[in-house]
Structures are given as C-alpha cells and as structure tokens.
Design a protein around this ligand. Structure first.
Ligand SMILES: NC(=O)c1ccc[n+]([C@@H]2O[C@H](COP(=O)([O-])OP(=O)(O)OC[C@H]3O[C@@H](n4cnc5c(N)ncnc54)[C@H](O)[C@@H]3O)[C@@H](O)[C@H]2O)c1
Ligand SMILES: CC(C)[C@H](C(=O)O)[C@@H](O)C(=O)O
Ligand SMILES: [Mg+2]
Length: 368
C-alpha cells in the first residue's frame, strides 16, 4: 500500500521522537512491502525562527494532502515571552483546527512490565486500561473573546461550545466504548458551568442510541481523584478540551511516565494527526534521553486508524511490550534491575524486535 506521511518534528525533544517514529514506519514498510513517503515541515518555535510564524502556509497545505501526519512536540523557554498569538503552541492549536481534528484519543494502558515504575501502589495500577476521548477544537482553547481589557485591569477567556461540537465528540466516545468494555464516564463540572450542563443533556440524549453502553456523569474534581485511587474503574472517559488535557497528563502516572502516552487526533474521514501526549521537554532536549515509546505507540495508532493496517499496528505494540519485557528502558522509567538505554537505542530495540514479535495478542484495546 502507498501512503504519504507529513512529519512535523517541532521543538525540543520533538525531532528526536519524530526520528524514532519515522524509523519504525520505514521498518514496517520494508517488512510488509508498503511504500511510505515522507515530507517534513516546520511548526511551532522552529517555524517561528525560520518562517516568522508558528504555522506556515506550506505546512497547512502539506497536511491537507497527506494520508497521515505525525507531530513531535512544540514550545520551549526560547519562545515563552512572545505574545499569545505568536507562541509555538498556536501552531499546534492551529493545525488541529485547520484540519478539523475534533477528537483526541488518548489510550492509557499500564503495561504489565511497568507496574512497578508507577509511583502509585502496584495494586492500584494493575489492570488499568482506559481511553480518554478529549474534545480538541473547542472550549476555552478557542473561545472568543480571549483578551486583556482596560489596560490590563481585567482579563477574559471564553468557554464556548456549539451543540454540534458536543454531539460529535460524544458520539465518537460512545462508538469507542462499544469497541471496548461498554462503559462511558462523561466528565464535566455541571455543578458550576452551563457548558457542562448542556454537555450532560447531550450525553443523556445520545445514550438512547447506544443501549449496550452504561453511562455515568462524574464531576471533574472527583474524576481526578478516582483516576489515581481506582483507575481500573474507568473504560472510556469523554470530556471537554481543557479537562482532557489535564486528566491525561495525570493518567500518565499509571503508565510510569508521560513518555509512554500516545494519542491520535482524528476527524470522521480517517485523516489523523498522531502525537505523543508529552511536550517538548526542554529539560532533556538534545541529550538523547527522550523516551520514544509514546511516539512509537502513536505510530501504531496511525497504522490502525488512518491506514487500516491492523496487523502492522499490533506488531508495533507487541514489539514495545517485548522490549519492556526484556527490561530495556529510558531514564524516565524507574525500573529496578532494568537496563537503562538512550532514546535512540530504545527505538533500535523496538525495530529489531519488529521482525520477531508475533501478533497473536491484542495489546492496546481498540479505540475507534
Ligand atoms: N503536544 C505538544 O506539543 C506539547 C504538549 C505539552 C507541552 N508542550 C509544550 O512543551 C513545553 C514544555 O512543557 P512541560 O515541561 O510543561 O511539559 P513536558 O511534557 O514537555 O515535560 C514534562 C516532564 O516530563 C518529561 N518528559 C516529557 N516527555 C518525555 C519523554 N518522551 N521522555 C522522557 N521524559 C519526558 C520532561 O522531561 C519533564 O520533566 C511547553 O512549551 C509546553 O507548552 C507541548
Ligand atoms: C501544548 C498544548 C497547547 C497542548 C494542549 O493543551 O492541547 C498539550 O498540552 C497537549 O496535551 O497536547
Ligand atoms: Mg497537555
């Protein structure tokens, strides 16, 4: 099969993890006689430096034409003092919006081999396997107005959603729940926010179409607590943009490191932007310390969702599992008696493993 992939490495550790993602895609293409072509474009801080804008036109155009996009990470202290509209993060928000990627799927799975790497008790983490379905192109991130007023005496951000935006993300979450354990938790702040009350109404309406799915509503503060006290309670969580951002970094604690969490930002027709959940990690950038597994697992999501290459996706997931079972890990994972390696060495281990790992086991549950 022929596929064209746009790479947006971005800033900090972004280029390091994007390199690992590309190498895994090349290895898969070679093994399965696929033709994957690549094109690299600027985004974020590196785009500000080279093109004077965090989201150049040619980047947008290339993404529109691609079969899938991989993004490393954007941002860093070098650009922290720029005004809001010029920050690297605007490039990421812009490409999500331009491509209409309204659903961000963030699977959180505690690999058996990493149960002891979590700071939480092993009995708490064991069995956790959940999916956060985060609304990605609305809410506080995009609401207007968002500005300082009266010479800086006041400031406003706006949390706005249309009914259509809530309906489509809730529908996505029901569909994901149906492919998993049929349990949906809708997370909101309905005791305070009008947007959350409308969100609840829409979930109640939609559930009539999915009688096999059990649905509950949970306030976001309680959900944050339950995520680290009883995570295996959850199957699919659906929530608005900002809550999803915060809860997913929190949930990464279950996996042992933020460097383990992949994500897919998708729309209905199959185009997707695949991005690790973590950021540009300026504290470790350029040192070959970055854990590439979040990016490699994001590649598995790309293979599965954009290319419908189920077998290849499972091969990548199994290779990651086998490399962890062989006790290789980067410095972010605290494994007693493990074999610490650099980021590129860990990617090498996964690539070597690709040729030997069988795919009899479904490691990460279906998400879409
Ligand atoms: N998707 C994105 O592009 C994205 C996501 C989050 C943050 N950011 C940006 O990244 C910059 C830094 O943000 P931050 O420090 O709050 O969050 P971060 O996710 O970059 O880092 C948080 C901590 O996790 C560690 N970490 C993250 N990814 C890792 C990996 N793959 N391997 C090993 N350790 C890893 C970092 O070293 C750091 O200690 C900011 O400019 C922020 O806006 C970008
Ligand atoms: C960098 C930032 C804009 C981004 C977000 O909040 O969406 C990041 O934190 C993420 O989780 O993808
Ligand atoms: Mg985040």
């Amino acid at each position: 099969m022929k596929k064209h992939i746009v790479l947006l490495p971005g800033d900090g550790i972004g280029p390091e993890v994007a390199r690992a993602a590309k190498r895994v895609l090349e290895a898969i293409a070679e093994q399965h006689q696929h033709t994957f072509t690549f094109e690299t474009h600027n985004i974020g801080g590196s785009a500000i430096d080279q093109d004077g804008t965090p989201l150049p036109e040619d980047t947008i155009e290339a993404c529109h034409k691609a079969d899938a996009v991989f993004l490393g990470a954007v941002g860093g202290p070098k650009w922290d003092d720029l005004p809001g509209h010029m920050r690297p993060e605007k490039g990421l928000l812009g490409i999500r919006k331009q491509l209409g990627l309204f659903a961000n799927l963030r699977p959180v799975k505690a690999f058996q081999q990493l149960l002891h790497a979590s700071p939480l008790k092993t009995e708490v983490v064991t069995g956790s396997d959940l999916l956060i379905v985060r609304e990605l192109t609305g809410g506080l991130y995009f609401g207007e107005p968002s500005e300082r007023r009266n010479n800086g005496a006041e400031v406003v951000d706006t949390l706005a959603y249309s009914r259509h935006e809530i309906e489509r993300i809730v529908e996505q979450a029901f569909q994901s729940a149906r492919l998993r354990r049929n349990h949906l938790t809708s997370v909101d702040k309905a005791n305070v926010l009008e947007s959350s009350r409308m969100w609840r109404e829409i979930v109640e309406e939609k559930k009539q179409e999915y009688p096999e799915v059990t649905v509950e509503h949970m306030l976001v503060d309680a959900a944050a607590m339950k995520l680290v006290t009883n995570p295996s309670y959850f199957d699919v969580i659906v929530t608005e943009n900002m809550f999803g951002d915060i809860l997913s970094d929190e949930a990464s604690v279950l996996t042992g490191s933020l460097g383990m969490l992949p994500s897919a930002s998708i729309r209905k027709d199959g185009l997707g932007l695949y991005e690790p959940v973590h950021g540009s990690a300026p504290d470790i950038a350029g040192q070959n310390k970055a854990n590439p597994l979040a990016s490699i697992l994001s590649v598995a999501m790309m293979l599965k969702h954009s290319f419908k290459m189920e077998e290849e996706a499972e091969q990548v997931e199994k290779a990651v599992q086998d490399v962890l079972a062989a006790r290789y890990h980067t410095a972010d994972l605290n494994i007693n008696g493990g074999i610490p390696v650099s980021g590129s060495e860990l990617a090498n281990k996964v690539i070597e493993q690709l040729s030997t790992s069988d795919t009899t086991e479904n490691i990460m549950r279906c998400y879409v």
